[in-house]
Write a protein that binds this ligand. Structure first.
Ligand SMILES: Cc1cc2nc3c(=O)[nH]c(=O)nc-3n(C[C@H](O)[C@H](O)[C@H](O)COP(=O)(O)OP(=O)(O)OC[C@H]3O[C@@H](n4cnc5c(N)ncnc54)[C@H](O)[C@@H]3O)c2cc1C
Length: 387
């Protein structure tokens, strides 16, 4: 995949308008993805393991350190995630969970001592974090969670099961959301504490190259200082999730662009009927034009999201619109690409099939399409339709 193809898909020349420092960042991440990520992914997918070797490369990019220092503005953060997801949705998720869900939660709701203990090693990736909100019986409706924290003499005792937790078996620290006296609170749990267990979830056909775990907490004792003092209701978990959803809206554009690039390259080199490349057929061009149009609209939505973020006007329904639209469109684009590659579209030699399957996770986590449509519906009508 040549870099020129990416520029060709940038129909509204949005990339050429980014300031030089963003361009340098885009190039740097793209080089890392092309040289170090893409060559490893087919094997990781086959083995159903997260390619740990690429953590070093993410560390070298310094993205999370900049994030911790507040030196990545919303545009830069979005562009970095978009470039990472050109490589894989699993890689972007690894970074999103570490940065948006774990570090941002500590940054926003942690004590000064928690910040000084954790933000630096998480930023350098010397420590890995995970975010445990979902439970086997409560995903879209986390307010029903069964996990509990009970006050002890020196702190809290945690009990419960969390499910589908990204980075779960690799994590050194887990942010666990659990009910304390009936109210959802967040706790930092070092994963080597007695009673804490992380079991890998096997049998996935999406996000195979991502670390997904069930976390079991059986009487895990933590000190008082491990409770995040400002995360005292479910609303705070949703604030953290909104940070991550912002990144997803950007990230999935990368998956769609990479799929379209691969598809155009493939079709140009595949002669069918009278020896003409498939790109010369009208039905094929119509699909390519539709995909390029959708990608352009996804880029414009993400850019507007960053503008709203920078001007302090970003609201949950803005994020829901972007997460919902961009995930759905990215999934449809990759599915169309898969179809255009014919039989080869289902083979691991090409990336389109894997991107499509991974996007089935991305459209589901951090709020399904239904849930985001209900957030927008509530904004439009004033009526809450979740129940
Ligand atoms: C690979 C992967 C990684 C993940 N990583 C994490 C993580 O790191 N941390 C974490 O906490 N969670 C994580 N999740 C969990 C994810 O956030 C949940 O799966 C998601 O919120 C949906 O919950 P659920 O699977 O329980 O589906 P359900 O809530 O059971 O929903 C099933 C279906 O019902 C629909 N539905 C539910 N309620 C309503 C309603 N009121 N109105 C209309 N339709 C409704 C949904 O839209 C969906 O279509 C991950 C999931 C996956 C697949």
């Amino acid at each position: 995949m040549g870099d020129e193809m990416v520029k060709a898909i940038d129909l509204y020349q949005l990339d050429s308008e980014w300031p030089a420092e963003y361009q340098t960042m885009i190039d740097q991440v793209r080089r890392f993805v092309n040289q170090e990520v893409l060559p490893t992914l087919a094997q990781s997918n086959e083995d159903a393991t997260f390619p740990r070797a690429i953590i070093d490369g993410v560390r070298r990019l310094g993205i999370l350190e900049l994030h911790a220092a507040g030196e990545l503005d919303p545009y830069a953060y979005g562009l970095v995630l978009r470039e990472l997801e050109r490589g894989s949705s699993g890689l972007r998720s690894f970074v999103s969970v570490q940065g948006s869900l774990v570090m941002s939660t500590i940054e926003m709701f942690g004590s000064e001592q928690q910040k000084s203990e954790w933000l630096n090693p998480l930023g350098t990736l010397d420590k890995i974090g995970c975010f445990g909100l979902t439970e086997p019986d409560f995903g879209s409706n986390p307010s029903g969670m069964l996990s509990t924290a009970t006050k002890t003499e020196s702190g809290y005792r945690l009990n419960g099961t969390k499910c589908w937790i990204t980075n779960g078996t690799m994590a050194d620290v887990a942010i666990i959301w659990a009910k304390l006296d009936g109210k959802v609170n967040a706790f930092l749990v070092e994963t080597d504490r007695p009673g804490f267990q992380a079991n890998p979830i096997k049998g996935k056909w999406s996000f195979r190259a991502s670390d997904t775990a069930e976390l079991v907490l059986e009487g895990v004792d933590i000190p008082e200082s491990n409770r995040l003092p400002k995360a005292t209701s479910l609303g705070y978990a949703l604030k953290s999730l909104n940070k991550a959803r912002y990144g997803i809206a950007w990230g999935v554009i990368g998956a769609a662009k990479a799929a379209l690039e691969e598809t155009i390259n493939y079709l140009k080199n595949r002669p069918q009927f009278a020896g003409k490349p498939l790109t010369t057929h009208q039905l094929v061009q119509s699909k390519l034009a539709w995909m390029a149009t959708e990608i352009t609209s996804m880029d414009l939505i993400a850019k507007r999201l960053a503008e709203l973020n920078c001007s302090g006007k970003l609201e949950p329904h803005h994020i829901s619109l972007a997460k919902m639209n961009n995930c759905r469109k990215a999934l449809e684009v990759t599915r169309t690409c898969r179809e255009l590659l014919g039989a080869n579209g289902i083979h691991d030699e090409y990336l389109v099939g894997r991107r499509m399957l991974d996007l089935e996770t991305v459209i589901t986590y951090e709020g399904t399409e239904h849930i985001h449509s209900l957030v927008i519906g509530e904004y439009l009508t004033g009526d809450r339709a979740y129940m």
